[in-house]
Design a protein around this ligand. Sequence first.
Ligand code: NZQ
Ligand code: ZN
Length: 393
Amino acid sequence: MGKNMNNFTFYSPTYFVFGRDQENNAGHYIKRFGGSRVLIHYGGGSVIRSGLLDRVKASLSKEGIEFLELGGVMPNPRSGLVYQGIELCKKNSLDFILAVGGGSVIDSAKAIAAGAKYDGDFWDFYEGKSVGEALKVGTVLTISAAGSEGSGDSVVTKEEGMLKRGTGSEALRPAFSILNPELTQTLPAYQTACGATDIMAHVFERYFTNTQEVEVTDRLCEAVLLAMIKEVPKVISNPDDYNARANIMWAGMVAHNNIVGVGRDQDWSSHVIEHELSALYDCAHGAGLAVVFPAWMTYVMKHDINRFAQLAVRVWGCHMDFSHPEAAAKEGIERFKLFLTSIGMPVNFSGLGAKEEDISVLAEKTGLGKDGTMGGFVRLKTQDVENILRLAL
Ligand code: NZQ
Ligand code: ZN
């Protein structure tokens, strides 16, 4: 059998402020965490249209905090704006970054935070160099999805070659994150569904493991998935369902600050493959995952049929025929696909607007490890990535 529970450290110092109207306390929390000269970072305009940005600025002014603004972060954030942000921070001796938006804004803010404390090119961190120091980052989250509000990760795309790469460091965990579920009520249903898919994917990446007898984290993973299956359809049919929005928002954090992943090997191949799809087609990360994940599951299922059957029975409520566990395993994957379709996600290439003729390029570009493989559950090579993408056609 496989290995025992891994040794681990878990340090998640983010201060979470959850609930209605809490964005009006942004200034208070910036002060509490030592910020006095702030860069407010935001995206393409949703926070202007909703009035959120004005409320946040008023909260900073009330506390006498000075700030500059840098908007325009695109989904799948680009390095160009990160360089501008670093320049602003350095020139004006800014000491804190407040990200008001989704994962893209938060990831861009984290990149700026690391780059502002570094003399070299910030992209070094996305090519393997460790982040030592960074400015403090606070967040006001507007979409339940990436989990960047509680994670130490950041994913940025370099325009030259459209390379989408990630970095991770304890220094990049936000100092505080304000989570007001009401702020997510303005999301289009498609974005809500993309976010939900990403949250579930963050659990799956951890659930599929070769580490044995990790009962607590297995059960935590299953609990998050069960809650998502119950709550997501509610917000798709009624965007103003506060309780469902609230449950999903907290699920997004829990799914990715690693509380459900400690002590176990994790996979992450589907994320690495998806990053190539969003780099090439500029699709939403969650939509890309909806296409890649079921294909990955189908491809690797035989590696541990029992784990797939366990998920199918405990989470999707499938029937277990003990002489044919593969039947439950397959049905679980089908149920996942049906769920994705029911919330409006694509589950194949054409639904995503991806093209068959790009498959070999996508597979070639996929960022494998130094040994030419990736994946903590099943090691994949370029040919496997290509096979998985073909299953997604
Ligand atoms: O830019 P604006 O105008 O704000 O519009 C955004 C954007 O178009 C819109 N939006 C966000 N909140 C809204 C809203 N529209 C109306 N009302 C609101 N309340 O939604 C669109 C998507 O926003 P984005 O920030 O891109 O979404 P998400 O949070 O899904 O972030 C995706 C990025 O995070 C990365 C992904 O790869 C992708 O680049 N990831 C980051 C991770 C991390 N740092 O830990 C882990 C993830 O696995 C993921 O890779
Ligand atoms: Zn993700």
